[in-house]
Design a protein around this ligand. Structure first.
Ligand code: HEC
Ligand code: HEC
Length: 306
């Protein structure tokens, strides 16, 4: 901290900056007066290419004036804006101040629009093309890192376009998900299932739920375990439970991949999917627009438009 409280760095900036300007000024003065009148126009004894000679002439006026203009500009700039050590400049401009002014301008411009949409039900907002465009821009900024810019998701990050929901696709539920976040907790079952063989059996049973070809004997063994350990969350028919975020296992849509290796890993080690809360970060008006945008994707409203 001593670096910032001592004035050393302050003068370390000011002295070379001011000194540099003065030195440039003196240099130009000297160059423009160095020629004695009687020497003007005389040859300097430098000859190139046989007949190209250098004459002793003063620097052109316009060229010198340009130099003076840059010097005056730098003096004016350093007086008005921060540049000389800790001197704030006469305008007291700061990048934070400019940022805050821009935010105020944006709030004044978009605030009423956000408010208008905030007061409309989500389904009505989703039907408004302008609101959907605003929602899409917010989505690309704040959600695309995890869900992809097309909202189709990736492994562990749900696809928001397919109308297949972990927590439910009603407008209010989507809004709740975005405001408060979600934690999907799938426990690890390797121990309870007695290791790889038990996990493989249950995996066969899980595949039978979505009608895949399975080893019947293994699936039967796995089915018994499933009835004991898994029904509470995933349901007897495997269609899941949206109150818990327990996915439907019977629909061939896989959050964590549907190969037998991937499903065995899910069951053996468990999975914890975290959707972060956005209430404090974005505020309710932006979340309202986002909920409408996500809802519009799942109902195909966007596809109808474009
Ligand atoms: C850090 C990564 C991350 C970010 C950022 C993120 N999400 Fe999520 N989101 C997730 C994960 C992971 C899940 C699944 C949670 C689970 O597995 O239980 C999820 C779930 C959801 C769901 C529930 C889907 C369903 O099937 O019920 C919705 C809706 C959603 N996110 C919307 C959004 C929106 C809108 C944004 C931007 C404001 C956003 N998410 C930002 C990671 C993220
Ligand atoms: C306490 C409730 C709970 C129990 C019990 C439970 N699960 Fe899960 N399961 C979940 C949740 C929640 C998820 C989603 C995890 C996430 O979103 O990250 C999940 C995810 C899964 C997935 C991944 C689905 C996909 O789309 O990728 C499989 C497979 C699965 N569970 C199988 C099982 C099996 C088999 C059992 C019994 C041995 C079981 N679960 C028991 C809650 C449970």
């Amino acid at each position: 901290m001593a670096d910032f409280t001592s004035s050393f760095w302050n003068w370390f900036i000011i002295i070379p900056t001011v000194g540099g300007i003065i030195a440039c000024f003196l240099l130009i003065r000297w160059l423009s007066t160095a020629i004695k009148p009687e020497d003007e126009g005389k040859e300097m004894d430098h000859v190139w290419d046989g007949d190209l000679v250098e004459l002793n002439n003063p620097l052109p006026r316009w060229w010198l004036n340009m130099f003076y203009i840059t010097l005056y500009f730098s003096i004016g700039y350093l007086a008005l804006y921060p540049g000389l050590g800790t001197f704030k400049g006469l305008l007291e401009w700061t990048s934070t101040g400019q940022y805050e002014r821009e935010i105020d301008i944006a709030d004044a411009k978009y605030g009423p629009l956000f408010k208008k949409f905030q007061e409309m039900p989500i389904v009505a907002v989703a039907a408004d093309p302008e609101a959907r465009r605003m929602g899409e821009r917010l989505f690309v900024n704040y959600c695309a890192t995890c869900h992809g810019s097309d909202a189709r998701g990736a492994r562990g990050f749900p696809n928001l376009r397919d109308n297949d929901w972990l927590y439910g696709g009603d407008p209010d539920v989507i809004q709740q998900t975005i405001l408060e976040g979600r934690n999907g907790v799938m426990p690890a079952w390797a121990d309870a299932l007695g290791g790889d063989a038990g996990v493989a059996d249950v995996t066969e049973f899980v595949f039978s739920l979505s009608g895949r070809d399975v080893d019947q004997a293994a699936a039967a063994r796995g089915g018994e375990k499933y009835q004991m350990l898994c029904v509470a969350c995933h349901g007897a028919d495997g269609t899941g439970n949206q109150a818990l975020g327990a996915p439907n296992l019977a629909d061939s849509i896989w959050l964590y991949g549907g190969s037998s290796k991937q499903v065995m890993e899910t069951i053996a080690k468990g999975r914890i999917g975290v959707m972060p809360p956005h209430r404090d970060f974005l505020g309710e008006d932006k979340v309202h627009l986002l909920a409408a945008y996500v809802y519009s994707l799942s109902t195909g409203q966007e596809a109808l438009e474009e």
